[in-house]
Structure formats: C-alpha cells, structure tokens
Design a protein around this ligand. Structure first.
Ligand code: NAG
Ligand code: NAG
Ligand code: NAG
Length: 197
C-alpha cells in the first residue's frame, strides 16, 4: 500500500557553516503530493546522531487517517516503518543528505530574517539540487535550525513529487533512548538485510 512505502524527508544535506544539531526534537507539518497520493502529515520527530524516530499521523485526501512510526538510519540509508497493524516494512531513504550532514557548499544562498526591529532573527534560504530533486531549505542562522523545507522532483517510480515540511518547536536536546530504540520486529529485519549485503 502506498502509504506504508512513504518515504520521509526530514532534513536535507546541510552545508558547512550550516550544520544542524546532532541531537534534537521537534514537530513537523508536512504536505506530500505525488501522483494520486496527497497526504497531510503531522510528525513528532526525534533525532540523535544519525538516527531518527518519527511518530506520524497521515491524513489522505479522502479523510482516511493512518499512523506510523518510522525509524530512519542515516548511516545505512534504510528506514523501517511500523504500521498500525504492527508490521515493520523496510525501504531505502530516497532523499539524500539529512542527519548531521552540512548543507552542500554549492547551494545558492539567500539571506533574510524573521521578525522586525530589534527582534529580527537572521535566517538563510538555501537552494540545492541533488538526487534529481530541487530543494529549498530555510533555517535560522543561529544553530542552523530548520524552518521550512520544500522539495520537488521525480521518484524512482517516475511519479512527480512535491513535499513541503514546516518545522516548529525544535529543541536541541538528546531524545529519550527508549524512543530511539527500534522495536524487536524491525531489529530482526535489520539483521536479515545486513546479512544480505
Ligand atoms: C496523532 O494522533 C493522536 C490522536 O489520535 C495524538 O495523540 C498524537 O499526538 C498525534 N501525533 C502527532 C504527531 O500529531
Ligand atoms: C529489506 O529487508 C529485506 C530482508 O528482510 C532485504 O532483503 C531488503 O534488501 C531490504 N530492503 C532495503 C531497501 O533495505
Ligand atoms: C551541487 O553539486 C551536486 C553534486 O556534487 C550536483 O548534483 C548539483 O547539481 C550541484 N548544484 C547545485 C545548485 O546544487
């Protein structure tokens, strides 16, 4: 089923000078459109040194709601999605970058700010191309904290894709180890796929 194959993009490749925190938590609102699939997604995100856990509620155009927990391993490039019925599906993380990588040096940079007067907060928008996707990423300069991410391109299936992610409530804290731990059902799959390399 399409939803269980959904690939998540959270952070793109970041540049030197803009490298995201090694540990953080936050909430995302994502809008995903590809072919006939259009999803509104609410996510609780936990990131720690190359591993990400995402609790997400997905709402399809027809109002169908589904829930998933996704464990992304940026070191191996594989993600594991635990669906409502308790299955664990693995797939490649399609969008490159991510995690603690810095924004690529050849990105185009637009400096801006949010707020006014003495309260202005410097921000930067990066435009980058990679993996066939054109991506815009806005961050708060202090800490390279993501604000918004928008990417367009073509999936391996040939379908066009547009994904927009808005970040809010980001905190630079180490997530609870219990949240980061993949459930046993995915761990066995992890060892299977490792042994197949
Ligand atoms: C998903 O929905 C449940 C209620 O069904 C709610 O408790 C939870 O906070 C939601 N998760 C996100 C990430 O919004
Ligand atoms: C998913 O896991 C299976 C083993 O259960 C493995 O054969 C397959 O290569 C894995 N797929 C990916 C994309 O890692
Ligand atoms: C930057 O470099 C990558 C690979 O090194 C390349 O694919 C991309 O087209 C380049 N340009 C931009 C604007 O990202």
């Amino acid at each position: 089923m399409m939803i269980s194959c959904l690939v998540l993009v959270l952070l793109p490749v970041f540049i030197s000078g803009c490298c995201p925190p090694k540990s953080w938590t936050g909430k995302n609102f994502a809008n995903y459109a590809s072919g006939q699939v259009h999803l509104e997604i609410l996510q609780d995100v936990y990131y720690d040194h190359g591993m990400m856990t995402v609790y997400q509620n997905l709402t399809a155009t027809d109002g169908t709601l589904s829930k998933q927990t996704v464990y992304l391993n940026y070191q191996t490039g594989i993600q594991y999605a635990v669906t409502g019925d308790g299955r664990c599906d693995n797939s490649s993380i399609i969008f490159t970058g991510v995690g603690e990588d810095c924004v690529p040096e050849n990105s185009t940079v637009s400096k801006s700010y949010i707020g006014v007067g003495a309260n202005k907060i410097p921000t930067t928008m990066y435009r980058m191309i990679g993996n066939g996707f054109l991506t815009y990423l806005s961050v708060i300069d202090d800490g390279c904290i993501p604000l918004m991410y928008e990417t367009t391109g073509t999936l391996p299936s040939g379908d066009g894709l547009k994904l927009t992610v808005e970040y809010f409530g980001i905190m630079v804290v180490k997530p609870d180890a219990k949240i980061m731990k993949m459930p046993a059902i995915c761990v066995s799959r992890y060892f299977l796929s490792e042994n197949c390399h």
